[in-house]
Design a protein around this ligand. Structure first.
Ligand code: SF4
Length: 473
């Protein structure tokens, strides 16, 4: 998928003018956002669990080579096979090769963001292999030929009415409005497809090194049918999903569902260790794990290593005022919201995506809710610095920042300039107490008024309140 992140601003403006999108995004606040808050309050050890989750991830990243080797050995002992892919092209080639070996004509697929990242959907279709998405949200966006707009709810940008129209158009029946009936209709269509698939492709939420186990969670049970019915199961996943032990996986699972949707646990949690064994009644004959690097090992030992703790819960976007206004498609690539603003420049290049680290008010809500305590604002600031160093910041901002730096590092000059500015603005805004238009503040006054200052600076007002004669010269 080619990034279109440089069009973020234009797309965000279009999103603000789209009432259906705004209505769909509004449901995140009352649903997942409120749910996370209730779930966190109901679990006394939630904050301690977040510390534990952070520590498990940090420990794994520090010993990634060890756990990777352990996982490969245990997976092989259980009958599975690991394929390491250095980049997206290598991962696509491996998956296609596995499909050809199995003479696959159709694959069922459950949600995998890494699969989106490597562009496997287009690649399979370009090579004549039918792809059937089995996650309800993914199925909806497949019909609409759209990318996902959220990690957990790929079709969260759509209203129920839009889905009703879509199903009526594609399924050929009467238009249904009842949500339960819509789900039943999708289930009826998809059930048939499961039996036609030669291969099932899933992602993985965690890879357990001590046992070679793959952990997946869903609320629909679709990953279980995807991996259990066809003869071959391919897992497309990435390095940072490794955890040392089953206990560690369960610690993170307790955080994942609460942070994502406010559930105590997802409806289905499946642990797969190897393909079907002789005594098993069902399951695939072959299990392949395609482990994608795609720039992740380059993040180790850098400022961005902390981002590899991400467990893809979506809480940061559910609480981000920018995401909740602009929606996921404005971000122009696979990963969206605050986590996407950090990851996308790494995977797709800062030159093509430098708008994203600026798509933040730095209110800090993303960091406050992240279950593994990733300092997202700090990491976005890192990209802003890279952007500035590479000369990608617009000239007005660059020269403006330079001028600001010059003034701000000279306290006497700073006080003189701010005193003069406060006095002039106080005088000009005396009549109405606000400005409708102000040079250099067009972004602010475009959609709201700027309150006029009182005519004095904050420092002077503070000195006066503290009983000092005046602010320092
Ligand atoms: S950055 Fe944190 S909050 Fe955002 S998806 Fe990842 S784990 Fe969840």
């Amino acid at each position: 998928m080619q990034p279109t992140s440089l069009a973020f601003e234009a797309k965000a403006h279009a999103a603000l003018d789209n009432p259906a999108l705004q209505s769909a995004l509004g449901s995140i606040k009352t649903g997942w956002q409120a749910g996370r808050s209730r779930a966190a309050e109901a679990l006394p050890e939630f904050e301690a669990l977040r510390d534990r989750g952070r520590d498990i991830k940090n420990h794994t990243l520090q010993h990634l080579d060890l756990y990777l080797e352990m996982f490969e050995t245990k997976l092989a002992a259980a009958g599975g096979q690991l394929h390491f892919a250095r980049d997206a092209a290598e991962a696509r080639a491996t998956v296609l090769d596995l499909c050809r070996t199995a003479e696959a004509r159709a694959v069922t697929k459950s949600k995998s963001m890494v699969a989106e990242e490597i562009g496997i959907n287009e690649h399979l279709e370009a090579n004549g292999i039918e792809r059937i998405e089995t996650d309800l949200g993914e199925y909806i966006i497949q019909l609409r030929k759209e990318p996902p707009s959220h990690l957990v709810g790929p079709a969260v940008h759509l209203t129920k009415d839009q889905v009703s129209d879509l199903f009526a158009e594609h399924h050929g029946g009467p238009r249904i409005e009842d949500p339960a009936a819509l789900v039943a209709e999708a289930r009826r269509v998809l059930r048939e497809k499961y039996f036609q698939a030669d291969i099932g492709i899933t992602g993985a939420n965690f890879l357990v090194a001590e046992t070679g186990t793959i952990v997946t969670v869903t609320n629909e049970g679709n990953a279980e049918l995807t991996q259990g019915l066809p003869r071959t199961h391919i897992v497309i996943t990435s390095l940072e999903k490794l955890v040392p032990t089953i206990d560690d996986a369960f610690t993170l699972l307790r955080l994942l569902a609460r942070s994502a949707t406010g559930q105590e646990f997802s409806a289905y949690t499946t642990l797969v260790t190897g393909p079907k064994r002789p005594a098993d009644l069902d399951g695939p004959d072959r299990l392949h794990v395609v482990l994608v690097d795609n720039g992740r090992t380059k993040m180790l030992g850098t400022a961005l290593q902390e981002m590899l703790r991400c467990i893809r819960c979506g809480a940061c976007m559910n609480h981000c005022p920018v995401y909740l206004a602009a929606g996921g498609h404005a971000y122009g690539w696979v990963y969206v919201g605050p986590m996407g603003s950090v990851l996308t420049p790494q995977f797709a290049g800062i030159e093509e995506t430098h708008t994203l680290p600026n798509a933040s008010t730095f209110c800090g809500r993303c960091e406050a809710v992240c279950p593994v305590r990733i300092p997202l604002p700090k990491l976005m600031r890192h990209w802003r610095e890279v952007q500035f160093e590479k000369g990608l910041t617009p000239p007005t901002a660059r020269y403006g920042l330079r001028a600001w730096g010059f003034v701000a590092t000279r306290p006497a000059l700073y006080r003189a300039v701010t005193r003069a500015a406060a006095a002039v603005l106080g005088l000009l805004g005396r009549g109405t107490g606000r400005f409708r238009h102000l040079p250099l503040a067009g972004g602010w006054t475009q959609s709201r008024d700027l309150p006029a200052p009182s005519g004095t600076t904050f420092m002077a007002a503070w000195a006066k309140q503290a009983g000092r004669p005046s602010e320092p010269k």
